[in-house]
Design a protein around this ligand. Sequence first.
Ligand SMILES: C[S@@+](CC[C@H](N)C(=O)[O-])C[C@H]1O[C@@H](n2cnc3c(N)ncnc32)[C@H](O)[C@@H]1O
Length: 349
Amino acid sequence: MRDHLLARAAAEGPLPFEEFMRAALYGPEGFFAGGVLRSVRSGDFLTSPEVSPLFGETIAAFVRAEAARIGAGTPDVVDAGAGSGSLLRPLLDALGPAGRVWAVDVSPAARASLAERVPEAAVAPALDAVPGGLRGVVVANELLDNLPAALAVRTGEGWDEQRVAAVDGALALVEVPARPEVAAWADAHGGDVPPGGRVEVQLEAGAWVAAALSRLEAGALLVVDYGDTAEGLRPRRAEGTLRTYRAHHFGPDPLLEPGATDITMDVNFSAIAAVASEAGAEVSLHRQDDFLVSLGLDARLSELRHRELDLARSGDTMARLRLRSDLSDGQTLLHPRGLGDFRVLAARV
Ligand SMILES: C[S@@+](CC[C@H](N)C(=O)[O-])C[C@H]1O[C@@H](n2cnc3c(N)ncnc32)[C@H](O)[C@@H]1O
C-alpha cells in the first residue's frame, strides 16, 4: 500500500489528503478492506454498542419516539457503518416490529457478521443501495469520523492545503494553495484558527449527511461520534485532530503505515448541523450522556442495581457478578470524560 501510494504520488503529483485517506482506508488493501472485523473487543476500537447492548436498547427508545411523532406503526431502521451488528441487534430486539431494516457497512468482514447476527436486515456495502421514502430512523455511530477529509492549514491571508507527496522515497505532507472549495469550507466551519493551525475539511461527511437525509420521507438521522462544535474544537486547532488507531491505542503518523491503521478525526458537528439545516431538517445537538439519560438509560441502570441487590440477598453469586459487569458496562456509556462526552446530532424531517 505504501509503495503503491508512493508510485501514485510520484506519477500524479501530491495527492489531496482525502484521496490518500480513501486509498488507505477503503482501497483494495485498505484498513476496512480485509477480512478483519475492526470494531470488536479484540479489534482496533471499542465503540458504545460493543461496550454494552444497553446502547442499542436505549436508541430503540429514540426510534419508538420518532415512530410516534411521524405516525409510523413499524418504523424503518437503517444502521450505517453497522460494524458487527452490536447496535442493531439489541435495538431491534427492544423495538419490536420494525419496517424495512438495512445494515450498511463497507467492510466485507462486517457484512458477514451482520448477515449472521441480524438476518432480518438487508445488508449493503454503501448507503447508495438504500432506497428513498424511508419512514423511521437512520443511525450512524462512529462512521463520520472515518470519512475522507482534506487538510487545510491557516496562513496569514487564507488557507494552504496539505497534500501527500513522494519526498526522498517516503510519503510526506507538503503545502500548496488550498482549492477554492477547501478554503471556503475552512472559512465557514474552521472557526478561529491560529496561523499554522490545521482544520480537517469534512466535505464528504457533509455530503453523506445530505445523502442520508434525502432517503428519509419522515423521521430522523442520528449521528453519534467524537467531536464537537467548531467552537468546542478550537483549543485543538493548533495541531488539528487527525490521528490513527490500532489495537485500541493511538497509532503512528497516518503516512507511515497506510492500510494498517485506522485514520480518524473529530467530527465538526457545526458543519454537519449546517448541512442538515440546509436540507430542511430540525437539528438538535446533545452530549451522549445527556441524550441516553433522556431516553431512560439512568432508570434502566437503577433497575439493574435493584436486581443486583436482590441477587446479593438470594446468594446467587455468579448471576450477581454477571449483572454487576453489565451494570458497569452500561455506566461506561455515560462516563463524562469518555463515551458520555461523545456528541449526538438528531436531524428530524
Ligand atoms: C468505528 S466502526 C463503528 C461500527 C459500529 N457502528 C459500532 O458502533 O460498533 C466504523 C464502521 O464503519 C464502517 N465504515 C467506514 N466507512 C464506511 C463507509 N464509507 N460506508 C459504510 N461503512 C463504513 C467500517 O467498516 C466500520 O465497521
